[in-house]
Design a protein around this ligand. Sequence first.
Ligand SMILES: [Zn+2]
Length: 433
Amino acid sequence: MTMKFFLPDWEDRVDPNFEFVNDEFSPGHVNNSYKNDVYAHQIYSKKPVYDGILFSLSNFESKLKLGTNGNGMRTIRGISSVKEYLKIPKYSRIKIMGDCGAFSYVTEYEPPPEYSPEKTASLYSSLKFDFGVSPDHMAIKFLQVKENGKRTYKELPESERERRRQITLRNSEEFISIVKEKKLKFRPIGAAQGYSPETYADSVEKLISQGYDYVALGSLVQYNNGELLKILRSVQPLLEDRDLHLFGVLRPSYINEFEKLGVTSFDSASFFRKAWLRSGQNYLSSDGKWYSAIRIPFSSNRNLLKATSELGISQSSLETLEKRAYESLISYSRGEIDVDEALANVMEYDKLLTRSSKGEENLEHRYRRTLESRPWEKCGCEICQKNGIEVIIFRGANRNKRRGFHNTWVFKNQLMPARLQAELKPDALSALE
Ligand SMILES: [Zn+2]
């Protein structure tokens, strides 16, 4: 297996000493959450949870402040290397790929000046990225815009998409010449924009002639599997031994096909995020089945308090039901009570929760399936081994992100290798189609 899997970074860390029983953060977290908290790759020290992390420079605008140290070098939270910031051990094989996060300026006419080829190349270099993607401008068909305070979609004409593709190509040319001229240490990746198999192929051809041996296709999310395959087929003959990255798309049933068409890396957060999306698929077992996580939201939730007080239920009785539901799950995991008793207590609290979306039917049935299967006991990952049933309880970031880390680990260590065995197509993969 040669295909590399990158997880996009969204500052996802958990408190390693979180106290689940009382839902309390550790003193270390309270003092300095960045210093105390850990990334998935720190929890999973035996088998890697991903091959790399995709880190967008647009993070600096939204959440992180970029600084400068005494020597004029750029810093993140006072740290002068992105790997050190992401707490990647010195000899780890995890690679860091940088991109601009073009989605953050997709509505602009041009990429803002801070994403110029020169500034971008200099940032990748000074923060010591392994790979740096040339600054691009997305050539998507539908742009989400706000009009009179309402969100609506605006279609970009083909001429505008072509204009954006050309901006991307001009940037990549300038970018690689700066990298070569200044002998920067990171490996440059040429971003290819397009809006048809022909325009993607044209972009890739130009990137190769500009000197890139690693190209990345952007704006792919809008295409269905068939369209995506057409694009890849048009690009493949140009690649020879060069590397190809797909931005933000994971079409699991097609991973083998993608690999045959020359894809060598991709990034996706789908397995991670499914942990807390509203569906019956929150926890992925090592044999490729999805399970519902069991919801026990905090009784301090304002909407819940409001809804229950209208029903004449006091805050203290709500807290009692919440505690009983949670403790029943712990007792059940220890074999102290049976599934019917645990489920009855969970559902007594659950029926007070207001639900707005569809697809919430048969929750009891799904919860029973999760509890009876006890998938957390069969998983060999560090999180399930250490935290047990907590990982399938849908409650707060410390449980939900751990479940996302677990899903990512199962994807990387069980599903990615399993896909190579011919007939095997776990339902876990098709579920993401
Ligand atoms: Zn696990």
